[in-house]
Design a protein around this ligand. Structure first.
Ligand code: C2E
Ligand code: CA
Ligand code: CA
Length: 406
């Protein structure tokens, strides 16, 4: 498979796209100028003007799957950012249907006008040129930055720039590691280690998260196999993998998931699926069915950042939930704020009442761990115990916390 490139270069005089051809991408002009020409039915040519940095070209074909309506060639050496049909389809999949409809209608009308027009009149004075309007729109939004980041992220997946760090989840009473949470990082060639908060939202919006999370699951399975080879006594250790609403909207989520586990011979019980309360609030189609099936396969379902979704608790019995992770903001404030402590206590009652495991997240201090232990909350994760660590550091950590029995 060809490695995707973040930018495309065209030399002066090159044809970027030809009228009548089916197009598979649009371009955002970063540098250089292009000329747009339409060939009319009588064989004569209509000069539609030029475009420069800040404009989008070739956008029509990716919206409505029609042949290109114009030929575009570079007047100078050009640097373009590609927006593929797939990128566009993924982005509009979750968009408001009215927005989708209106954009289609506007496009149809525009094509119609183009077909009928034989001459173009000059715009009146004071009227912004199409290029000015487009540039103004691009400047108002952070569209350029997000296209750039998304293109770089596509390269990152293919070029193996993504890595996983693992944060241990401990039993406070025994000091043993029960499992790990897999957390994604991007080893960016220029920017260094990029934290997930800086790329996960973009990856979710663009739909690229699906590929990234599949990669993460495969990587976790491979890591478990490597760990089993050196520590065959730790086959109960699990890894919690984060998934987003976008993953659940994919119709073949479960098939793809099972295929990855089978390929790696990973027992499903070693994988916990971590999703946020917000995902359940969004109620993506089939989420209950998908979670039920994950459970049937043997995976555990974990609700992350519990308490931050401001939801009613009614979903707890609607969905198959094995574990709740108390959000770190509660752990941080429980010693100074009685109301928060009350909330933590009531979350802990769900363990007995609903047979749900509870993990405390973001434990940073000894006193927090002690208080949790007094409250009978035994599973915890946080900087007090360990920061997320690389796979290389896993064995040494386990050697200390879960020494092999001889
Ligand atoms: P999260 O799922 O809530 O992950 C826990 C975050 O809290 C991690 O940040 C972890 O490093 C951090 N953390 C752990 N212990 C402590 C502590 O004691 N104090 C504080 N202040 N923070 C602590 P990280 O790795 O930066 O990840 C941020 C978020 O990015 C994650 O939040 C998760 O929502 C998302 N994310 C990370 N990896 C993935 C992934 O593979 N897929 C998806 N969909 N999302 C991911
Ligand atoms: Ca998580
Ligand atoms: Ca969390």
């Amino acid at each position: 498979m060809e490695t995707p490139k973040a930018e495309k270069l065209f030399k002066a005089g090159e044809v970027i796209m030809s009228q009548g051809e089916m197009g598979s991408c649009a371009y955002f002009i970063q540098e250089g100028r292009v000329r747009i020409v339409v060939e009319k039915a009588d064989g004569s040519f209509l000069d539609m003007g030029t475009r420069g940095p800040g404009s989008i070209i070739g956008e029509m074909a990716i919206v409505d799957n029609q042949p290109r309506s114009a030929t575009i060639e570079s007047l100078e050496n050009c640097t373009l950012l590609e927006i593929t049909k797939e990128d566009f389809a993924r982005s509009v999949k979750g968009a408001n249907p009215i927005v989708r409809l209106i954009s289609q209608v506007i496009l149809m009308r525009y094509r119609d006008i183009l077909r009928r027009s034989h001459t173009l009149t000059e715009d009146g004075p004071g009227c912004p040129s199409p290029e000015d309007s487009e540039r103004a729109y691009a400047e108002q939004t952070n569209v350029v930055e997000s296209i750039k980041l998304a293109n770089e992220f596509k390269v990152a997946i293919a070029a193996k720039q993504l890595i996983l760090h693992y944060q241990p989840i401990y039993s406070i009473s025994t000091g043993q590691v029960l499992g790990f949470e897999a957390l994604m990082r991007w080893q960016h060639p220029q920017r260094g280690l990029v934290p997930p908060d800086e790329f996960i939202p973009m990856a979710e919006d663009s739909g690229l998260i699906i590929e990234a999370c599949r990669w993460a699951l495969g990587e976790v399975c491979e890591m478990l196999a490597r760990l089993d080879a050196v520590r065959p006594d730790l086959k109960d250790l699990y890894v919690s993998v984060n998934f987003s609403a976008t993953d659940f909207e994919e119709s073949n989520f479960l098939e793809a998931f099972s295929e990855i586990l089978q390929r790696n011979n990973t027992p499903a019980k070693r994988i916990h699926i971590e999703i946020t309360e917000r995902l359940l609030l969004k109620k993506p189609k089939n989420v209950k069915e998908t979670l039920d099936n994950c459970r049937k396969l043997g995976m555990k379902v974990v609700i992350d950042d519990f308490g931050t979704g401001y939801s009613s608790l009614s979903y707890l019995h609607q969905y198959p939930i094995d574990t709740l992770k108390i959000d770190r903001s509660f752990i941080h404030n429980m010693r100074s704020d009685k109301a928060v402590l009350g909330l933590v206590k009531s979350i802990l009652t769900l363990r007995e009442n609903m047979n749900i495991d509870i993990v405390a997240e973001g434990v940073e201090e000894l006193e927090e761990a002690q208080l949790l232990s007094q409250l009978n909350c035994d599973s915890a994760q946080g900087y007090y115990f360990s920061r997320p660590i690389s796979e290389n550091a896993l064995s040494a950590l386990l050697e200390k916390s879960n020494p092999p029995r001889h």
